[in-house]
Write a protein that binds this ligand. Structure first.
Ligand code: HSE
Length: 311
């Protein structure tokens, strides 16, 4: 059934899960972005307001990823006769490595699909969300938008053809996430990476990806932790994140299973086996950064298996 207005939430995400650059990601319970979409008489997609972005996001509907993707869906469905007005409430920092643009785009796509009575499946919405990533950072990777859209832990088994696999979420798995207050734009964090890798490094990486996926399905927390190693991307990107290796030491000392960069950073995350340990990890890293004069936001969350939802 079509609706006149909807209010939706879409979750933040941790992409890569350390070893799976561009292919692994998970959704968090918090933070996340909200979109309110209202039908109006004038055809077209309009941005009524954006809050929580410190004025950093474009208000031009053709340039803002939320409105641009909604426009693409309307064109695809041949529904350019309708008009919608969008209010975007951002509840997470931009350029944080928590899939900020992905959460906003997914919220917008989920909202228009709900408003129109769900003409598209989740799988059909995914390519539109990837277009949003392309608009936001120049590359249409799916490891933030897929978990935000599907919920849970997702594997992009292949990009061409696009194939997404939902992985098992072990019951006790928790995420400790810390966003140190430094800016790392995804576009720049991608451009600095080497485009060629050594075969011996690739062998290590393949082992870790397979180990992590196996650990998730086997509910083997030790294997999950031992597989959270990245020899391809992390050594380059860690340079952009102050106190990265010290934060790892703190996290592991507190009992984290493994630790690494969330997406392209600067956020970092750890998997833990309980909420208490996750809270301890974020508390200790926050205190460590504070001592170094670096502010931070912290989040403790289970893996969000629901994905976007109506509020
Ligand atoms: N896989 C992406 C990257 C996630 O690491 O650049 C960030 O958007």
């Amino acid at each position: 059934m079509e609706k006149d207005s909807v209010h939706v939430f879409a979750p933040a995400t941790v992409a890569n899960l350390v070893c799976g650059y561009d292919i692994l990601g998970l959704a968090l319970d918090e933070p996340g972005d909200e979109v309110i979409m209202e039908r109006i008489d004038k055809p077209g997609v309009y941005l009524k307001a954006v809050t929580g972005d410190d004025g950093r996001l474009p208000l031009d509907p053709a340039k803002n990823t939320v409105s641009a993707c909604v426009q693409m869906v309307l064109a695809h469905l041949g529904r350019e006769d309708i008009g919608v007005e969008i209010t975007l409430h951002k509840h997470m920092p931009i350029g944080s490595g928590l899939g900020s643009s992905a959460a906003s785009t997914v919220a917008g796509l989920f909202a228009i699909n709900q408003l129109l009575g769900q003409p598209l499946t989740t799988r059909q919405l995914l390519p539109f969300a990837m277009k949003g990533e392309e608009l936001a950072c120049g590359h249409g990777h799916a490891d933030n938008v897929a978990p935000s859209l599907y919920g849970g832990i997702t594997l992009i088994k292949s990009y061409d053809p696009l194939e997404v696999v939902q992985l098992n979420v072990p019951e006790e798995l928790h995420c400790a996430v810390v966003f140190p207050h430094v800016d790392v734009p995804t576009r720049a964090a991608r451009q600095m990476l080497r485009s060629k890798v050594d075969l011996k490094d690739a062998v290590v990486q393949w082992g870790n990806i397979a180990g992590l996926v196996s650990g998730l399905f086997l509910n083997d927390y030790g294997l999950i932790g031992r597989s959270m190693k990245d020899v391809l991307i992390e050594p380059t990107r860690a340079i952009l994140i102050p106190e990265f290796y010290e934060m790892r030491e703190v996290a592991l000392k507190c009992g984290a299973l493994g630790f690494g960069i969330s997406g392209s950073g600067p956020s970092v995350f750890a998997f833990t086996r309980s909420r208490d340990i996750a809270q301890e990890v974020t508390k200790c890293i926050h205190a460590h950064l504070d001592e170094k004069g670096i502010g931070s936001n912290t989040y403790v969350s289970k893996v969000n298996t629901e994905g976007p939802k109506m509020l």
